[in-house]
Write a protein that binds this ligand. Structure first.
Ligand code: PLP
Length: 487
């Protein structure tokens, strides 16, 4: 394991290079277009400033682990109780992944099967319902195809499950779709109310949250976020949950790496406070695409039935890669990485603020920086596209009380996990802020008439993209992705 500031893998780069060359040669013999797209993806990732807060670069060890015959095995069920014969090696894989997760996060129980973050949340919802609600049979509704369920059917389903209530962070304050919003099952199954942030400061208002919870009395209080640039006091959320009889479920998908790396400890570490904690494994945690559920003992039996209750058969090759990534995250070098992720976000935020930009909450103390682009006269959509033209990969995001709605938006979300993996430090992130401001200052919304402006079309001043590309190319070359890996 490397202790340098670059991604893990530098110390076995020659072996990994040989493995990838051989793998691509094999793929090429069957479908050359897939081999070509795979090579091109590496080149593209190497050549762009990846600032998407939910992305990272997994190590070659993690990536290679996914390409094996473990993929070929069916293993529905749980460790030692499978619906298929011959699962002895999958049992080992799942046990090792769960053991690393328990040790890393100090959790009494870990479930390594969820295929993604949404699936992990689905397991958590069903486990909480199964543990806390006496649900009568759902057979009649289960006989219909889910797409054929009418609003009345959904109402009936909610009634059968006891009209349960769920409260999570509002989307425009930074919550996630799975925290009770209509396009997701969580918003169909539950009566939902959301909590927001203080309109002045943009910070979570725990008193308002407690008052809303007292009034609404949710069965499930969801903590966690996708775009909130601050730390959360999970001890306080647990106090509120206990007071109103709610189960506290925390979705730490975004900041699991900061928990694993001991940047968030005490009241900021959700695991000891939440009844059920869910996460993805591929964001700041830097593992394969997938999910995990951690639970207190009273929920573990129900979580363990995630497959086949709401999940398809486990992806054994991905569980194996989770085990490898979690082993990496237990190394001291991962704690240093996580601290740099947070330090770099501060540097990026300060870089924006000193150049006059406005940030939601005025800064950051996690891995996310949320820039309000209205002061540049742009929508999030225009800013996102102009930045992409200049090789800066971000995503547009709503801001609280967003005047441009959820499609065009008024914000750009930045995250530091990926470029920190490449070795970027505070100076590079300050330079990133300078380049972003350069692009935004040189982008104009297109006019649609005497007083109107397009929310999508824009013009980037000549020479801007080239200037920013050249500056970022220097930083990217100095901090190579997968150093020593040649195809
Ligand atoms: N939970 C949170 C907080 C997220 O931000 C995301 C994804 O962005 C998810 C869940 C969903 O994860 P996945 O895409 O792996 O299903």
């Amino acid at each position: 394991m490397t202790s340098s500031t670059a991604a893990p893998g530098a110390d076995y780069a020659d072996t990994a290079s040989a493995a990838y060359r051989a793998a691509l040669q094999v793929i090429e013999t069957v479908e050359p277009r897939i081999a070509a797209a795979t090579r091109k993806e590496l080149a593209d990732q190497r050549d762009s400033l990846k600032l998407i807060a939910s992305e990272n670069y997994a190590s070659p060890a993690v990536l290679l682990t996914m390409g094996t015959w473990l993929s070929d095995k069916y293993a529905e069920g749980t460790i030692g109780h499978r619906f298929y014969a011959g699962c002895q090696n999958v049992d080992v894989v799942e046990s090792v992944a769960a053991e690393h997760a328990r040790e890393l996060f100090g959790a009494p129980y870990a479930y390594a099967q969820p295929h993604s973050g949404i699936d992990a949340n689905l397991v958590a919802f069903w486990a909480i319902l199964a543990t806390r609600v006496e649900a009568p049979g759902l057979a009649e509704l289960g006989a219909k195809h889910v797409n054929d369920l009418s609003e009345a059917d959904w109402e009936s389903l909610r009634n059968k499950l006891g009209n349960q209530r769920l409260m999570g962070m509002s989307l425009d304050a930074g919550g996630h779709l799975t925290h009770g919003f209509r396009p997701n099952i969580s918003g169909k199954m539950f009566h939902q109310r959301s909590y927001g942030t203080d309109p002045e400061t943009g910070l979570l208002d725990y008193d308002a949250l407690a008052a809303a919870a007292r009034e609404f009395k949710p069965l499930i209080l969801v903590g966690g976020y996708s775009a909130y640039p601050r730390r959360v006091d999970f001890a306080k959320l647990r106090e509120i949950a206990d007071e109103v009889g709610a189960t506290l479920m925390v979705d730490m998908a975004h900041f699991a790496g900061l928990v694993a790396g001991k940047v968030f400890t005490g009241d900021e570490d959700p695991v000891p406070h939440a009844h059920v904690t869910t996460t993805t494994t591929h964001k700041s945690l830097r593992g394969p695409r997938g999910g995990l559920v951690l639970a207190q003992p009273e929920y573990s039996d129900a979580v363990d039935k995630g497959c086949p209750m709401v999940l398809g058969g486990p992806l054994s090759h991905v569980m194996a890669a989770k085990a490898v990534a979690l082993a990496e995250a237990r190394q001291p070098s991962f704690q240093a990485y996580a601290q740099r992720v947070a330090d770099n976000a501060k540097s990026l935020a300060e870089g924006f603020l000193k150049r006059g930009a406005r940030l939601v909450t005025g800064g950051t103390d996690n891995h996310i920086v949320l820039l309000d682009v209205t002061s540049f006269g742009l929508t999030g959509r225009q800013a996102e596209s102009a930045l992409l033209d200049a090789g800066v990969v971000t995503n547009r995001n709503s801001i609280p009380a967003d005047p441009n709605g959820a499609w065009y938006t008024s914000g750009i979300r930045f995250g530091t996990p990926a470029l920190t993996t490449r070795g970027f430090g505070a100076a590079e992130f300050d330079r990133v802020a300078e380049l972003v401001v350069d692009v935004l200052q040189n982008t104009q919304p297109n006019s649609t008439g005497p007083t109107g402006f397009s929310k999508a079309k824009y013009t980037l001043a000549d020479g801007t993209a080239e200037r920013v590309h050249a500056a970022s190319a220097e930083m990217l070359a100095a901090n190579p992705l997968y150093p020593g890996l040649t195809l």
